[in-house]
Ligand binder design. Sequence first.
Ligand code: ATP
Length: 199
Amino acid sequence: MILRVGLTGGIGSGKTTIAKIFEVLNVPVAYADLEARRLMNEDPGLRQDITRHFGGEAYAGGTLNRSWLASQVFNNPQKLELLNSLVHPATIRAGLEWIQSLPSDTPYAIREAALIFESHSQAHLDFIIGVYAPAPLRIHRTMQRDKTTREAVLQRMQNQIDEEIKIRLCDAVIHNDDQHAVLPQVLALHQQLIKKSRS
Ligand code: ATP
């Protein structure tokens, strides 16, 4: 059986950067954010649900009107929760289908997602890796990457559970804090997961 591994962490912790290293090791990786975007555009049931709850403006010219939808949920926790409650089950379903489509001799596959615990998808995973970096570094990285303000980053952070709690819920932690070398940590976990997949 292919081991289902989650890779999570707060905004700017370095999830995507670390997921790319696993990809170099030939580990299949699915990115929940990209998957969610694809499904919001392509999944007929999800499109219908979003249109029913948010109105026809959610799709402009047949494609998802992301900026309009973002403006609807920005600063509105109820609407954000509603959107997540529509999108998360569809992405979890697609994730399971993806794992089943992989060659059966694949030892493990990774699902990279910021909101594994928030979306209750841990039940569909066998092992969860947390990527840890302290908040000031995460804010700095995200401001640089997205060319955005501290306030905008803090706003996005509010939708995620506390980093310290999240990391404690994980089975293993990669310290991506500019103090620890990342590659040896990834390689050690890679070996651990291959071994675990055989047991
Ligand atoms: P988000 O949840 O916002 O998508 P993320 O956790 O996927 O963020 P990344 O996009 O991987 O984070 O990293 C955030 C930024 O920090 C990127 O610009 C990335 O290049 C940089 N970064 C991540 N890890 C390191 C590192 N170890 N050294 C230098 N830069 C890094």
